[in-house]
Design a protein around this ligand. Structure first.
Ligand SMILES: Cc1ncc(COP(=O)(O)O)c(C=O)c1O
Length: 355
């Protein structure tokens, strides 16, 4: 059973535009205004040569300040930000310990760095401590997501940070699914963690809650200096699209200002969570509501069947299979977004009843 890249209709419940901003008139007109005022269509070169636009440096310093870090750097994707960050922090003399459900781009970063790779049990600070106590490695770097992309649960960041601090490890947090939604400045759940010698970096994605594309790494200047000088993911590539970065900046500002939209999302998440649980689907324990809902089907064939049953009712969710999720946890991944109405959620729940 292979994946296929089919034409499939836009699905209301399967995308990551959590704030529902992809056609927001405020963003469209903001972007048109910026283009009319001279925003270039392309960065036209690497940051080190011709592509170091004021737009990038201005946004980086605003975003870094909001996240509580001294510096930041935009990338054409969060995957590249993750890869560059990890390779700047560790090498073959070091150890990286990642949450067992960490995103593929974090694993790729570890593999690229040459560091020894270990896992800790999902969201389990005690197991992280046990792994760290085994010792080894000149630098020990711990890597996690804040909101897990396929399960929608959240990492116990304060506890993980405490363990790292006590064991002398560094912490990197991927905020791809949290930016725009969480934190007083909407930079993610780690925004409130102390920026000490332990919490060394966070990465945020623009392709999800900020309805654009690209990513940003928030960290300390020494890490950025290594990236500027050594990172292949930074040096040998065209700087990100100015349109994507401007769109992300506009959406980030909107996510801070439009509190109403955020409350609408929360209300829909509660309605959705209660609804699917009433129908007998269980959800992973979550400390705070998030817009990601895994519907575990008990195997790939069941996930494919459930997907087809929903499609017959005009609800399009593609099955999620290994290696995106561990074998045996194949699922449909449903998301709720702020541009939906309670009637949309009712419609979804009505269709799910027949699965
Ligand atoms: C947790 C996490 N990190 C990083 C990425 C990569 O993001 P991007 O699409 O910007 O490379 C994703 C996206 O799929 C993700 O879910």
């Amino acid at each position: 059973m292979f994946r296929t890249l089919g034409p499939h209709p836009e699905s209301r419940f399967a995308h990551n535009d959590y704030l529902g901003l992809r056609r927001d008139p405020r963003l469209v007109s903001g972007l048109i205004r910026a283009l009319e005022a001279g925003l270039p269509l392309t960065s036209s070169g690497s940051r080190l040569l011709s592509g170091n636009l004021d737009l990038f440096t201005g946004f980086e310093s605003r975003f870094a300040r909001a996240a509580g870090f001294p510096a930041a750097l935009v990338f054409a994707s969060t995957s590249e930000a993750n890869r560059a960050a990890i390779c700047a922090l560790v090498d073959r003399h070091d150890v990286v310990i990642h949450d067992s459900l960490a995103h593929a781009s974090l694993i790729d970063g570890i593999l690229h760095s040459g560091a020894k790779r270990k896992k800790f049990a999902h969201n389990d600070p005690a197991d992280l401590r046990a792994q760290l106590c085994e010792g080894g490695g000149r630098i020990r770097l711990v890597v996690t997501e804040s909101v897990f992309s396929m399960d929608g649960d959240v990492a116990p960041l304060a506890d993980l940070h405490q363990v790292c601090k006590e064991e002398g490890a560094l912490l990197l947090v991927d905020e791809a699914h949290a930016v725009g939604l969480f934190g007083a400045n909407r930079t993610g759940l780690s925004e409130g963690l102390p920026k000490d010698h332990t919490f060394i970096a966070s990465t945020q994605g623009f392709g999800k809650g900020l309805a654009s594309a690209g990513g940003i790494l928030c960290t300390v200047p020494a890490v950025l200096e290594r990236i500027h000088n050594l990172s292949r993911a930074f040096i040998f590539t065209t700087a990100p699209s100015p349109i994507a970065i401007k769109a992300a900046e506009l959406a980030w500002d909107l996510s801070c200002a439009d509190i109403q939209r955020r409350s609408q999302l929360d209300a829909l998440c509660v309605q959705f969570a209660e609804g699917i649980q009433t129908l007998g689907w269980s959800l992973p324990r979550r400390e705070i509501p998030t817009p990601i809902f895994p519907l575990l089907c008990g195997g790939l064939e069941s996930a494919i069947r459930a997907s087809a049953q929903l499609a017959a009712q005009q609800i399009f969710l593609r099955p999620i299979r290994p290696p995106t999720v561990p074998a045996g946890t194949e699922r449909l991944r449903a998301t709720v977004t702020a541009d939906l109405h309670t009637s949309d959620v009712d419609e979804f729940l009505g269709a799910l009843r027949h699965v």
